[in-house]
Ligand binder design. Structure first.
Ligand code: IPE
Ligand code: IPE
Ligand code: MG
Length: 253
């Protein structure tokens, strides 16, 4: 699988199959249901979900994926019970501390997007510290969406764009999709080519709304703690068999 060419728009030859996604985004859903099925507290599901995170990172590295974005916590998730929220951030903080050296050994660069001002101070400090420590690495970009909202990402970009225009750094007539994207939290990343969502839900849940415009969607019924390398490989294989058109026409269609 890893010898597939990287994903790109249709070439002149209309060859559209056999590409590897450059950027895979994952909505890691189903931790709570996984735990409830076992008569365990929801937090147990979040804990076991971290095992699937490690497996997925490993699979992405082995397959030569450039960017892996994991949706770990949405802005809407702040509405959950305080105990669950505290538990999630405490697990996350411990996970980052535990995995830091392993990620570094694997040349992984960490990036975190979302409204980080809201997250607990100790988790914020740890995340920022590890982001800095891994910043010189050149392998997989592991992008974690934390306290993330696609709408707020777009809204924040609009606000900053408007401010630049008012301050005269940008002419309103020069605003284009390419200029707009520079104000999004993902400004240095290619758009996701493939979106995977586990747990059988078939929705985007306020994830990367702008960036997913032409992503291929892949839904799998498995609950996140049970996701593994084989499921990841199946998603990539499925993607590689699809013909992306980007609104164009292909002789093969
Ligand atoms: C995904 O699992 C993790 C987070 C949203 C933090 P859920 O906690 O949403 O699990 P379900 O969907 O309730 O089973
Ligand atoms: C989406 O899952 C957010 C994350 C996986 C972090 P949710 O469980 O919060 O989404 P809904 O409520 O099913 O749409
Ligand atoms: Mg859920």
């Amino acid at each position: 699988m890893s010898n597939l060419p990287l994903s790109s728009p249709l070439s002149d030859s209309n060859e559209c199959h056999g590409y590897l996604p450059r950027h895979v985004a994952v909505i890691m859903d189903g931790n709570g249901r996984w735990a409830q099925k076992k008569n365990m507290p929801r937090l147990w599901g979040h804990f076991r979900g971290l095992g699937a995170v490690t497996t997925t990172i490993k699979a992405a590295i082995e397959m030569g994926i450039e960017v892996l974005t994991l949706y770990a916590f949405s802005e809407e998730n702040w509405g959950r019970p305080t105990r669950e929220i505290q538990g999630i951030f405490s697990l996350l903080e411990r996970y980052i501390i535990k995995e830091k050296d392993n990620l570094n050994d694997k040349n992984v660069r960490l990036k975190v997007i979302g409204n980080l001002e809201k997250i607990p101070v100790s988790a914020f400090k740890k995340v920022k510290q590890v982001e800095e420590q891994l910043s010189e690495n050149s392998g997989l970009i592991l992008n974690i969406a934390l306290s993330y909202s696609g709408r707020n990402d777009i809204l924040k970009a609009c606000t900053e764009l408007a401010r630049s225009a008012v301050e005269g750094q940008l002419s309103v007539d020069d605003i284009s999709p390419a200029v707009f994207e520079k104000f999004l939290s993902t400004k240095d990343l290619p758009d996701p080519d493939l979106l995977i969502r586990t747990s059988g839900e078939r929705r985007v849940s306020n994830f990367l709304l702008w960036q997913l415009a032409y992503a291929e969607l892949y839904f799998v019924d498995i609950l996140w703690p049970d996701f593994n390398q084989a499921y990841f490989a199946s998603a990539i294989e499925n993607f590689s068999k699809r013909c992306r058109r980007f609104g164009l026409v292909s002789e093969k269609v």
